[in-house]
Design a protein around this ligand. Structure first.
Ligand code: CU
Length: 168
């Protein structure tokens, strides 16, 4: 009899645990759903820009569009595997009127400064140089409406790694 009682109570306990576990899972699901919604809200902000770069010396974007009068956040991801000394990338936004090639050639000689000419007045914003698997973020106020050039200033990269940054 004792054994039977024990079996019954343990079965009850099992049921209880099961029910409890089920409830917990439901809660978890609704929580992650809420989280997803928040994420998509952030992604829909046009001034929250994500740009990737790779081992083939390329950005995934040739054009970036942002809204004027607001902060801009540029997240640069290096989705390759190569080291920053071999295939380093950054994101450099130039002021209007600055020649991209002239700037790129000058920057290429400034390794110790992360390929940004020291004391330069030519840039609006830039990230550090990153290698495969790394991410760099830069935040700044959107410049006035217009079209600007952006590039990677690692030596030789601006030939492929450049694009237009449009403020509207
Ligand atoms: Cu690069």
């Amino acid at each position: 009899m004792k054994l039977l009682k024990l079996t019954v109570s343990s079965t009850l306990l099992m049921c209880f645990l099961f029910a409890c576990g089920g409830k917990k899972e439901e809660k978890k699901e609704s929580f992650s759903y809420e989280k997803k919604e928040v994420k998509s809200e952030i992604a829909s902000n046009p001034n929250d820009v994500v740009i990737t770069s790779n081992d083939a010396m390329q950005y995934n974007k040739k054009e970036i569009r942002v809204k004027a009068g607001k902060k801009v956040k540029v997240t640069l991801r290096h989705i390759g595997k190569m080291d920053k000394n071999v295939m380093g990338h950054n994101f450099v936004l130039l002021k209007q009127g600055v020649d991209l090639m002239t700037f790129g050639n000058k920057a290429a000689t400034e390794k110790e400064n992360g390929y940004i000419p020291s004391g330069t007045d030519d840039v609006i914003a830039y990230t550090k140089i990153i290698g495969g698997g790394e991410t760099a973020i830069v935040e700044f106020d959107a410049p006035e409406k217009g079209t600007y050039d952006f590039l990677c200033s690692f030596p030789g990269h601006y030939a492929l790694m450049k694009g237009k940054f449009i403020v509207e």
